[in-house]
Design a binder for this molecule. Sequence first.
Ligand code: NAP
Length: 256
Amino acid sequence: MGRYDGRVAVVTGAAQGIGFGIATRFAEEGASVAILDLDETKAAEAAAKLPVVGDGVKHVGIACDVSNTEAASGAVEKVVSELGGIHVLVNNAGITRDNLLFKLTEDDWDLVMNVHLKGAFNMTKAAQKHFVEQKYGKILNLSSVSALGNRGQANYSAAKMGVQGLTRTLGIELGPFGINTNAIAPGFIATEMTDATAARLKMDVDEFRKLNAEANPVKRVGFPEDIAAAAAFLCSDEASYITGQTLYVDGGAKLG
Ligand code: NAP
């Protein structure tokens, strides 16, 4: 018996990185999974790589820009019709457009806000209709240690702290309908996103990871599996008395 037998989970931005790690873990525990991402081929290829555990399990890849309201609601309806329902939503899609404030453009501010914050709003609004009707739902939002402030990330940091406020408010509003809403704030996780940061800083990827590992209390960087383990707990029925919380999964990076 998997914790996710009979469940349908939607993970946004899941063609790679943390989202793919979470999707894989849900699938391993028995869920049918919809991978949403910008590129349809990448989403379909990622869905085809997921393990199929249990009878009637099916995975799909769907193209969806979460910052587009119609695309988000269309994707949720497609999941419901193709996979027979929706029980878990992970708002994971994300981008960075880092720059010091005086160089940060309005476009890069808007883009980051639109993907992280409006994207989570769009997807959650579309999914909550089904969650409220069935009196069951699990929402997980991806925040970041950068929510606490990070040089060169005014846009990203504001969006990621906004995600925490959204999470608390949804915990209050949706709790009476059997819906849990939580967030995970990862520290440094080895993905294409942090590899791109290394490239921007003109650093070798391994050297960048080594530097971040040395600065971390547990002396290693994180991997998508670290976030997936916490996600699988927070979206499970074992965690039904936990809502509105943000769990820092960062090796203690922000302990001070
Ligand atoms: P990633 O490897 O860059 O993957 C993000 C995925 O989201 C990509 O497949 C990307 O597609 C997709 N995406 C971007 N914009 C989208 C949109 N508008 N609609 C749908 N999908 C979209 O990033 P990651 O490192 O796995 O990060 C996943 C989440 O964790 C993000 O919210 C990130 O902010 C957060 N996080 C990451 C770290 C870390 O250290 N990696 C730390 C803290 C928080 P394209 O590749 O086509 O753009």
